[in-house]
Design a protein. Structure first.
Length: 327
């Protein structure tokens, strides 16, 4: 009897282990169900990203914003279909996201090749990586097997996506909520080495930092004066765009971190990285090493981020259209 119980317990544990491993992301998840899936994504990105290279930054940002709300489940792609439920897409942090049509086109190609097999969540993760690589940035592994979520709430985007006005305490809390540490914070912030921002994301630093018409003293005065004179001419400028990494915003390099040490990080959240000894030490370590070290470390943090609260196995669904849940 004891032997039978022992065997039964071992069998139960084996079932649990098998279930847990089956639910994990894996490299080449679609090798049997859709063998050309990753090649289809990569080929489309390589053919079209150079027509709009700025999309590399915005789709990378889309991936980041998606993962920070309900995990990496493509909930950021869902359209609002009822006044009772405003989705993440219309939340303030996501109003400037672009590239939804790019994702939709990739999805249509995959649906034609392998209907109802490849998730929108995996498409976002793969496109983000392939677009960055195609424009000269680092490569990182993208294990697949994510499934798509069916819930998307604008309030959750507001509560979970780190705003550009974040101080260090807020950044640390929001990243820790996702299982990301201070090193990840520094590395993922390095994505600001490419792309642009609207003045509205930082103009309070120029014109009304504490609510009395003042300027953020942590911002280099010469840089601030240049932004006021040539770019953001008023507090309420919602249309002008500014390079996040001046002079190098199309190149994935270390100059973003050099700007931080010169007090020229565009956002308050950028500047916050220099207010903590641990994150400041990480910044200095990156600058003292070769670019390849940054690429390798960034790759590790991106793969880690891409695993946040993923839906796998039978959780969620494989959407037919990325903007709507299946009926």
């Amino acid at each position: 009897m004891r032997g039978f119980r022992h065997f039964g317990m071992m069998f139960f544990c084996l079932l649990v282990f098998m279930g847990s491993t089956e639910a994990q992301l894996q490299m080449g998840f679609y090798s049997s169900s859709c063998p050309n899936a990753e090649r289809i994504v990569q080929d489309y990105v390589n053919r079209h990203i150079h027509n709009a290279p700025s999309l590399a930054a915005t789709i990378l940002r889309m991936h980041f914003h998606d993962c920070f709300v309900r995990g990496c489940d493509a909930s950021v792609l869902l359209n609002t279909t009822s006044s009772n439920n405003q989705t993440e897409k219309v939340a303030t942090p996501n109003l400037t996201l672009r590239g939804f049509d790019f994702i939709d086109k990739v999805k249509s190609l995959l649906e034609a090749a392998c209907p109802a097999v490849v998730s929108c969540a995996d498409i976002v993760a793969l496109v983000a990586r392939d677009a960055v690589v195609a424009t000269g940035g680092p490569f990182w592994r993208v294990p697949t097997g994510r499934r798509d979520g069916t819930i998307s709430r604008s309030s959750e985007a507001l509560n979970n996506i780190p705003p550009p006005t974040s101080n260090f305490t807020n950044l640390q809390r929001l990243f820790a909520n996702q299982g990301l540490d201070l090193k990840d914070l520094v590395l993922l912030s390095g994505a600001h080495t490419i792309g642009i921002s609207h003045c509205s994301s930082f103009s309070n630093r120029l014109y009304n930092f504490t609510g009395v018409g003042d300027q953020d003293p942590a911002l280099d005065s010469e840089y601030a004066a240049n932004l006021k004179a040539r770019k953001c001419r008023s507090l309420n400028d919602n249309t002008t765009i500014v390079e996040m990494d001046p002079g190098s915003f199309r190149t994935f390099d270390l100059s973003y971190y050099r700007h931080l040490l010169k007090r020229r990080g565009l956002f308050q959240s950028d500047s916050a990285l220099t207010t903590n000894s641990t994150t400041l030490s990480f910044v200095n370590q990156l600058l003292q090493g070769p670019l390849q070290n940054f690429f390798a470390e960034f790759a590790n943090s991106m793969e880690k981020m891409g695993r946040i609260n993923v839906k796998t196995g039978t959780t969620g669904e494989i959407r037919k259209h990325c903007a709507v849940v299946n009926s």
